[in-house]
Design a protein around this ligand. Structure first.
Ligand SMILES: [Zn+2]
Length: 176
């Protein structure tokens, strides 16, 4: 066969999700029909034992099945409802109703099965399989530090603007 994997390999190598923003700027798609099922901003982590991406929300093209199923294997105590793609009716993940206390963090979130999901990375305009990516989040402390720094920068900018405005008013002889 003339076609070889080299092009695919190269394409995949170009996708380097080294920064958090790369992960945010992506859309999640049904692996079967490419319907958009979620976005990077909704991702809140990865549940490794279930090989799933944890999402705070999904699009309206995802339906929660009425059926309840019991997970087999490692997650035997877990009761869940499958998430279906409304367009092709394939299963794209699950919503957990009951699970062991050690995994309680993943209750009330949508778990998208990495094997059934593709990701479109906006920065590199590439579609890759979710199974080739990791969705671990930075520790909360790092995120807090980042937010604190952004807030500080914004506050200092506001102070500078305020001081410039006072100077201008003073120059016009309209001191408050
Ligand atoms: Zn689909």
């Amino acid at each position: 066969m003339e076609f070889n994997d080299s092009m695919l390999m190269r394409r995949e190598a170009e996708v380097n999700l080294s920064t958090e923003s790369d992960k945010q700027w992506m859309t999640l798609h049904c692996g079967q029909c490419n319907t958009v099922v979620g976005d990077g901003l909704s991702i809140c982590g990865e549940l490794t034992p279930m090989d799933s991406i944890m999402c705070l929300k999904v699009t309206n093209d995802v339906a929660v099945s009425d059926e309840m199923e019991v997970h087999k294997g490692d997650m035997a105590q877990c009761i869940y409802s499958p998430l279906m793609c409304r367009c092709c009716h394939s299963t794209v993940g699950k919503v957990i109703h009951s699970l062991p206390a050690r995994l309680a963090v993943s209750r009330s979130v949508f778990l998208l099965n990495k094997a059934n999901i593709s990701c479109y990375i906006l920065n590199s305009s590439s579609m890759v399989k979710a199974s080739t990516l990791t969705f671990d989040l930075k520790p909360l402390r790092d995120n807090m530090r980042e937010v604190h720094q952004k807030f500080k920068t914004q506050y200092e900018r506001m102070l500078r603007v305020k001081s410039r405005m006072s100077d201008r008013r003073a120059a016009c002889g309209k001191v408050l």
